[in-house]
Design a protein around this ligand. Structure first.
Ligand SMILES: Cc1cc2nc3c(=O)[nH]c(=O)nc-3n(C[C@H](O)[C@H](O)[C@H](O)COP(=O)(O)OP(=O)(O)OC[C@H]3O[C@@H](n4cnc5c(N)ncnc54)[C@H](O)[C@@H]3O)c2cc1C
Length: 147
């Protein structure tokens, strides 16, 4: 279901979760996210906007997030990990299967993928993505290119 930045598909019709493609103003693009955290956050945002006066509605502008435990390996992803121009390992080491990879789209940091890292090691990357941090500030000395 195609939605605007307020999760509205039509006047008085709102959508959330797997079914909703909406314009995320934080990234300046439309996206559809198939993860539980987004379904819960977007459901609350859509409900708030449905109940709000028209001029009190707020755009839904999250940093998308998911995590998955694959046996003993924790995978955490923040941001928009599609349509990027560069992926660079910024912490850890691919060979050790313990790293953070940063995603660049244009001149901006737009995503971070962490493998084998504790959650608190990734939070600062989430904040940097949420703040629209320039790539040159987030990754001043780029490391190994991963993809
Ligand atoms: C196998 C699998 C593994 C997953 N693992 C993860 C994971 O590890 N982490 C993660 O973040 N996400 C995971 N996901 C994705 C996650 O489950 C979804 O993103 C999330 O459930 C989406 O929530 P939702 O409310 O949008 O949709 P749903 O949870 O699909 O809920 C939609 C509901 O609408 C009902 N429905 C459908 N049609 C109608 C109708 N016509 N009338 C009335 N009711 C209807 C359905 O029965 C369903 O109960 C997984 C998904 C699958 C399939």
């Amino acid at each position: 279901m195609l939605c605007d930045a307020y999760c509205a598909a039509a006047p008085g019709v709102y959508a959330a979760g797997d079914v909703a493609r909406w314009d995320n103003p934080l990234f300046g693009t439309s996206m559809r996210i198939e993860h539980r955290t987004n379904a819960a956050e977007q459901g609350m945002a859509a409900a708030r906007n449905l109940l709000a006066a028209p001029d009190a509605r707020r755009p839904f502008a999250p940093v998308p997030y998911f995590w998955s435990d694959q046996y003993d390996m924790k995978i955490q992803a923040y941001g928009h990990l599609r349509g990027h121009d560069e992926v660079t390992v910024v912490e850890g080491d691919l060979a050790e299967r313990r790293f953070v990879a940063a995603y660049r789209t244009g001149e901006r940091l737009t995503g971070a993928l962490a493998v084998g890292m504790p959650p608190k090691a990734v939070r600062s990357w989430r904040q940097a993505i949420a703040g629209g941090t320039a790539w040159s500030d987030a990754v001043p000395a780029a490391g190994t290119e991963a993809a």
